[in-house]
Design a protein. Structure first.
Length: 309
């Protein structure tokens, strides 16, 4: 679960976030130093001796403190910052993994891309990557401006309708990293979380191979209810008649760590609650409540979705 957690913004887990964190500490240290100088000048102006006040108010002091000092400090910070974070704009290896993430109100569409840039697997609200390798994220939006931010892995970058931006991320070691939409996008913006899961490279390859294998579509009461209640009109499940694109893809929902874009742990109880009345959990989201379903029907649909892995 991501929302409600404290994001470890000063605990980088990869080279891209590392350079940003270093720059952040430098800027904090510099701001403290400048504040100390300003406070010292204020003390001189209020309580200093007449001689110090005269020197502080002289033309030379104004040229040095008001023009020379800011120009030197800001120029040094600009050059240092650009050189330190140049890895964020450096080209990633040609064979690097590529993923397209599209911001939606209020969730994330995830498409894994092949070498030609074509989606070969669709997911939502969760990204799996190999540890120790750079991954290039293509960022888009289908509605309003969102902003993709996983603090431990890289910087933040806006997702602008009609534009595709690129952001490299990397995790040095396996782990689970929380993300968040960092641009107010209306409604339940604060509940628009994200999860990045980094795996050992061999384990990642096995997982992806299993997900790409053909599989038989689960049947039963849950599958019939999923179709008859209209769920299939908004959601897609691979190898079934469900081909909706308005809501998150549910092909692998059973293996996700969270529900509702990072706000609930994924288990049968929370899944039933989300299906029955997601509006009471995430007010303003675009999924209607299904209060007409009985507990048995909600459980049947939840069991069906748990099988989607």
């Amino acid at each position: 679960m991501t929302n409600g957690s404290i994001f470890p913004v000063f605990d980088p887990a990869g080279p891209y976030a590392g350079s940003i964190t270093t720059l952040t500490w430098v800027l904090i240290a510099m701001s403290v130093a400048v504040l100390a100088i300003v406070l010292a000048a204020l003390w001189v102006a209020l309580a200093g001796s007449p001689t110090l006040k005269t020197k502080l108010g002289g033309t030379r002091a104004i040229w040095i403190g008001g023009i020379g000092f800011p120009v030197v400090v800001l120029t040094a910070l600009l050059v240092y910052g650009l050189s330190l974070t140049r890895n964020l704009t450096a080209p990633v290896p040609a064979d690097a993994m590529r993923v397209r993430i599209t911001g939606e109100m209020w969730w994330w569409r995830v498409a894994y891309l092949d070498s030609a840039g074509r989606p070969f697997m669709i997911d939502a609200n969760e990204l799996h990557i190999p540890a120790g390798r750079p991954v290039l994220i293509e960022l888009e939006s289908n509605d309003v401006i969102h902003s993709f931010w996983v603090p431990q892995l890289s910087g933040k970058l806006d997702m602008v309708p009609g534009r595709r931006n690129a952001l490299p991320i990397q995790a040095d070691a396996p782990g689970v990293f929380a993300g968040q939409c960092a641009e107010y996008c209306g409604g339940p913006h604060a509940l628009m979380g994200f999860v990045v899961v980094a795996h050992e490279p061999a384990a990642f390859e096995r997982m992806m191979a299993l997900r790409r294998m053909p599989r038989a579509a689960p049947a039963g009461a849950g599958a019939a209810l999923f179709r008859s209640t209209g769920c299939a009109a908004c959601h897609r499940i691979a190898n079934t008649e469900a081909n909706g694109t308005a809501g998150p893809d549910l092909t692998h929902v059973g293996s996700r760590r969270s529900l509702g874009a990072g706000i609930l742990p994924n288990n049968r109880g929370t899944l039933m609650g989300w299906i029955g009345d997601s509006q009471s959990i995430k007010p303003g989201n675009r999924m209607p409540p299904y209060k007409m379903l009985s507990a048995a029907e909600l459980q049947a649909i939840a069991i069906y979705l748990e099988a989607q892995k």
